[in-house]
Write a protein that binds this ligand. Sequence first.
Ligand code: GLY
Length: 355
Amino acid sequence: MKKIIVKLNDRSYPIFIGKNILSNKELIKKINCNNFAIVTNKKIKNLHFSKIKNTSLKKNVILLNDGEKYKNQDSISKIYNFLLKNKFSRDGCIVAFGGGVIGDMSGFAAATYQRGINFIQIPTTLLAMVDSSVGGKTGINHALGKNMIGSFHQPSAVIIDTEVLKTLSDRQFNAGMAEVIKYGIIEDKTFFKWLSANTEKIKSKDTDAMIKIIKKSCEIKAKIVAMDEKEKNIRALLNLGHTFGHAIENNLGYGKWLHGEAIACGFLIASTVAIQNKTMKVEEYESIKKILEAFNLPTKLPKGVRLKKLYETMSLDKKVKDSKMVYIIPRGIGSAYITNKIKKGLVINALNKHV
Ligand code: GLY
């Protein structure tokens, strides 16, 4: 089992990564909490509850509907209702057992219930393992924008069992790979090259490959979060492709494209901006496009999306500061920068190249 620490002083926490670690009673015992409420959905319950049956985790179960379109206030109310009816007090603990939607909503409920209780992340999708379960971003969507209502609330632990990936659909798996590839682009060229050279091994969900990509992604994320928990500066690098991606998700209707699909297309568009801005070579763009194709990720905008509307939605993004759009732009592969100096025409041009 691998262990990574997200270093945040008295709120530091471990990320455990390994095969079959969910049934490890000793590991679960280490999590210091008596009263657990598991938030999950029917599908995850049917597929994976047997893995935790001999641990102390399984007691109270809150079932939510599956999918991004249910990431809203109604689902949060279901969690509050359960906790209140079952007299959960401040020493209670929410366990998020599912993908990013379950994790973000459980974390938000934990952040706000009785002004904040503990929560544990047990991510079941690759995307949640490498991104959303780590770093304490929690929240729900609003009709006017994704993740617009939320809070920073760090989990007490993250438990990543690679075995649960075995039942993940190819589409969900590939969407998670978008975030993994993102880490290579913003931070680690050698990792990007390794990913490009090992696409078949990764697609076969080889355990060693899974542990390597999850560990590397969590290490990069933990390092960045430790430096800038509340996204005052460099944490924004983790949002490569997200301004474009969130606007795609919002314009299509939440859930049509998976988050990973939308940000993959988003960081390819950001790479086109980078070529126009002379911070990326065309060959680098091509190698990003190639790896996206290997994982069946979109390299073109969805059909029927209107660019004017898309741009308008982008201007509502949380990253807009002093009315200036903030973009994350790759500086080749292995590094990226944050800028508010990209002209609208350049962005529209890059969008047009992906129609
Ligand atoms: N998903 C980006 C972040 O956690 O900051």
